[in-house]
Design a protein around this ligand. Sequence first.
Ligand SMILES: NC(=O)c1ccc[n+]([C@@H]2O[C@H](COP(=O)([O-])OP(=O)(O)OC[C@H]3O[C@@H](n4cnc5c(N)ncnc54)[C@H](OP(=O)(O)O)[C@@H]3O)[C@@H](O)[C@H]2O)c1
Length: 307
Amino acid sequence: MRAITYSEFGGADVLELTDQPDPHIGPDTVVVRVKAASVNPVDWKIREGRLQGLIDVQLPAIPGWDVAGVVEQVGLDTPEFRAGDEVYGYVRKDTVQGGTFAELVAAPVRTLARKPASLSFEEAAAVPLAGLTAYEAIQRSGVKAGQTVLVHAAAGGVGAFAVQIARALGARVIGTASEANHEFLRGLGAEPVTYGDGLADRVRAIAPGGVDVALDFAGGGSVAVSAELLADGGAITSIADPTARTEHGGQYVWVRPSVSGLDALTALFDAGQLSVEIAEVFDLAEAAAAHRASATGHTRGKLVVRV
Ligand SMILES: NC(=O)c1ccc[n+]([C@@H]2O[C@H](COP(=O)([O-])OP(=O)(O)OC[C@H]3O[C@@H](n4cnc5c(N)ncnc54)[C@H](OP(=O)(O)O)[C@@H]3O)[C@@H](O)[C@H]2O)c1
């Protein structure tokens, strides 16, 4: 099969289109014919070697954790799926090696669910990692109707899903983004504010009573600013800054594969409460350009790779 691989850590130039053996099928895995994958910031952070010690990488590695495709072959004990099923998933395994930037991927059944019928393969591939992160962060923060939720990096991959999920739960959402993304955020149902110096004052101006939940998807100083803005009993959840937990009594979320989480996202798509924003679609051979685009830190929604 053809796949994107890298044999050393480094810049996007280490990514090459190569021929690789087809993946082995384990007893609890299925082989998926990949239609599309998507890029997450973690992909280029791993490729740069920045997460060594946290995540094992076996070189040469095929990057990519998000997939949408069709089950081609089933393992010995995989009653959940049959050949021909259209699936999507966050194919996170213990080691980064056999990723989704490939024509075929072996996916443990614990990472996959049926693709939402209303989504194309390219849209579905944009969902799993970012959508599950948003869903888990919101679930674990206990977001409820009537609460005010502050979402940092609301226009990004995780943020755009979180805004919509919190709105679907009946929360008021304030989202941070640069001005170029304010109209986009209004379309998702959020009240936009510009991040950077003076952010706390801008949020206070529209939410004088403070925020009940702060969701930090930006890192940097967002957790510290959030701490100033919490209403009594409010809580911070971050996916980018562990001090939310260690210094502010909140939570740090590291997204796990979750079939029930994917099914919950599917239900939101089916109910018309969730949509996917795709900034750009790249061909598999353009994986390096897709990684570079993600590394700018200014993607609106998601970057997709068509296989
Ligand atoms: N712990 C986990 O499980 C987990 C899971 C997923 C992601 N993450 C991490 O969470 C972060 C976000 O992930 P993502 O996939 O959403 O990334 P992304 O799609 O690349 O995020 C891009 C967005 O960030 C916004 N942004 C950039 N700097 C900002 C700032 N200082 N304040 C507010 N917004 C800012 C940009 O808005 P403008 O263009 O308007 O500037 C853009 O819309 C990354 O660091 C990623 O590695 C962690």
